[in-house]
Design a protein around this ligand. Structure first.
Ligand code: NAD
Ligand code: ZN
Length: 339
């Protein structure tokens, strides 16, 4: 069990790493707390929700929308939730994003915490305070930056995590290694997914290392004016492909990272694409894909990272060293067409 605290500009977030949900009652009181989870997690871990008032949502990205927010707010009103209520999102990134968003707008903002249950949510979605929902094809189009009060990891939830979601989460882990941590990249190169799945200690260490890495990046640049942009490695093109082709988030950014390596070759002289592609494939992630380039570019035009006629794009100088480059849209268009 490790307890850490990270101070962000408006608040401090307590991290209870490798703790177990049984410790939740030491952090919040059951009378003033409502858990939000989804059907998959609830049915696999029903016992762990005993004695907690819980709202159970339908699982999946397609429910990360305003309608779900409305239905949660109705339930909160029914349950008499007030300013003293704490919401705790117990789930993957969809649940943490929605819970943080609802908690940020309900009664102009109530306390919230997360118990991430997928690898992706543990190393990424639960950290950094970005909360929000999708609008049509546009992911995370509406939202707010607000930090949770706490994050608690219970590694036992991972026992029921489907194989595809392990792979999904490792895409973000590989992303972190690419932009910031060559030593972790070297480790990932020598290990396999099976290794981490079979060893509680290894996965625990890897998850913590990634949670700390992301927290430090966010701490330096909470409102994404510089360093935090690095976390978008693979995400620009990835998001443009994600809904269009019904890829998982991890698959989409894996393809996005592959092409970002190729764009890096053209713009920074990056020379290690093959190594990145090999690691992605080692963790069962897709790399090269045929996609409708014109359509992808059309979606890119709506990307939040586009400012006037330029797009901030995360590239690699070398493995472990990501950089942000501003690329004029017409140049980006011709690079994408040439991929
Ligand atoms: N806020 C951020 O900074 C941030 C960062 C990255 C991703 N995200 C968001 O996170 C979402 C993706 O996260 P995700 O992949 O965790 O999504 P998810 O919540 O949809 O979870 C994936 C699937 O795994 C299931 N699941 C999760 N934990 C489980 C467990 N322990 N046992 C059994 N089943 C389990 C879920 O029910 C779901 O079917 C996207 O919406 C993305 O936009 C947000
Ligand atoms: Zn992501």
């Amino acid at each position: 069990m490790t307890k850490l605290s990270y101070k962000f500009s408006h608040s401090t977030v307590d991290y209870y790493l490798a703790y177990g949900i049984s410790h939740l009652k030491e952090i919040v009181s059951p009378e003033n707390t409502i858990l939000i989870t989804d059907e998959n997690i609830f049915s696999a871990h029903t016992k762990r929700f005993r004695n907690w008032d819980t709202i159970v949502l339908k699982p999946g990205e397609e429910y990360k929308i305003q309608q779900t927010v409305d239905s949660i707010i109705d339930e909160l009103i029914d349950k008499g939730a007030d300013r003293k209520t704490t919401l705790v999102g117990v789930g993957g990134g969809v649940i943490t994003d929605i819970t943080g968003y609802v908690a940020s707008i309900y009664m102009r903002g109530i306390r919230f915490g997360f118990i991430p249950t997928s690898i992706l949510a543990m190393v990424d979605a639960s950290i950094g305070g970005k909360n929000g929902i999708d609008v049509d094809l546009y992911k995370n189009m509406v939202g707010i930056i607000r930090q949770p009060s706490f994050i608690l990891h219970d590694m036992v939830f991972l026992n029921s995590l489907p194989q595809s979601e392990w792979e999904n989460g490792f895409a973000e882990i590989i992303k972190h290694a690419c932009i910031k941590d060559i030593a972790m990249f070297n480790e990932l190169e020598t290990k396999t997914l099976k290794h981490y799945q079979g060893r509680q200690k290894s996965i625990c260490e890897l998850v913590q290392r990634n949670a700390v890495l992301k927290s430090k990046v966010v701490q330096k640049d909470e409102f994404e004016t510089g360093e935090r942009k690095l976390l978008n490695f693979g995400h620009t093109l990835g998001h443009a492909l994600e809904n269009q082709y019904e890829l998982s988030h991890g698959q989409a950014i894996s393809i996005g990272m592959t092409y970002a390596c190729h764009i890096s070759e053209q713009l920074t002289g990056f020379k290690e694409t093959k190594r990145v592609v090999n690691v992605l494939e080692k963790y069962h992630l897709p790399t090269y894909a045929s996609f409708d380039k014109e359509k992808a570019f059309e979606v890119l035009q709506k990307d939040k990272k586009k400012v006037r006629n330029e797009m901030s794009y995360v590239l690699l100088q070398k493995i472990g060293k990501g950089i942000v480059k501003t690329i004029p849209m017409d140049q980006l268009k011709s690079i994408i067409e040439s991929l």
